[in-house]
Each structure stands twice: as structure tokens, then as C-alpha cells.
Design a protein around this ligand. Sequence first.
Ligand SMILES: [Zn+2]
Length: 121
Amino acid sequence: MKERNFLDSIMEFEQQLESMHQQFRELMGFVAEMTEKNHSLQLENHHLRKRLDEIDEQEKKASSAQRAEKKETTVDVGEGVDNLARLYNEGFHVCNIHYGSIRKGEEDCLFCLAFLNKQNV
Ligand SMILES: [Zn+2]
């Protein structure tokens, strides 16, 4: 009787070990998955930060260039309007309502026309 109990305990213990082993493997799988995700997120974060720095840098350059060229704005505005008019003629919106999107069926847009007229005055 005693021996039987002992064997039962051993077998029960073995089952517990197996179940723990299974849990352990699942946990390891989870850790591996998380590590991989963490790695790719870090990589993505790194790329995004780099991109953000680049954009910041460009904006700084652009704004300092703008400040330097402020005296010549009258000339620049004319050129800018020409560019906008060309964009408009190529079929894009230049109005601030649809800016950058394609004009449907190349129909005239009143907002764009009003905007371009205002700039030309
Ligand atoms: Zn428009």
C-alpha cells in the first residue's frame, strides 16, 4: 500500500514537471517574441528619430534661409505664385482647402482661382 502511494506521488510529480516544462517553453516563446518585437520597435524608433532630426534640420535651414532672403521676398512671392499657378495648371489644388490633391476631372476650383487671384494682386 505504501509503495503504491509512493509510485502515485512520483507519477504525479512527473506530470507536474511536464506541465511546468510546457509552461516554461511557452514563457520562453513569449520572451523570444517580445525580444524580437522590442528589437524591431527600437529599430523603428531609431529610424523615426533620425528622420525627425533630418526634418528639424531642414526646417532650421529653411527658416534661416528665409530670414536671410527676407529682403528679396517681393521677387520670391512672384516666383512662388508662378509655381502655384503651374501646379494648378498641372491639375493640382493649390487652395488651402484641398491643397496638393488632384483636381477632379481638371474642373476649375473656385477656391484655387480666388487664391491665385489674391496672390497676383
Ligand atoms: Zn482648390
